[in-house]
Design a protein. Structure first.
Length: 84
């Protein structure tokens, strides 16, 4: 989970959250999320289910941040895991 603590277009330019979907036998597809300050983005870190012609299959996901072109950006990331 991620929330941005800085104000976009005021404190910084660029720095959007990027999800890269790696589909089997297809080109990768990027999704860019420009979240406003205080909004939370909840995302999977490795795989997510995708409906296909013959049921569900796993789609690989990678995440990152685009280049910050000016200013500085502060964000808070919260990691959930199943440690025992």
């Amino acid at each position: 989970m991620l929330t941005v603590l800085s104000e976009p277009s005021v404190d910084y330019e660029g720095g959007e959250f990027v999800l890269l979907e790696q589909r089997p036998r297809a080109q990768s597809r990027a999704h860019v999320v420009g979240a406003p300050r205080g909004a939370f983005v909840v995302f999977p870190t490795h795989h997510r289910p995708q409906q296909g012609a013959r049921g569900y299959y796993r789609v690989g996901l990678r995440h990152g941040v685009s280049t910050i072109t000016s200013g500085s950006r502060t964000a808070l990331g919260i990691i959930f895991h199943d440690a025992r």
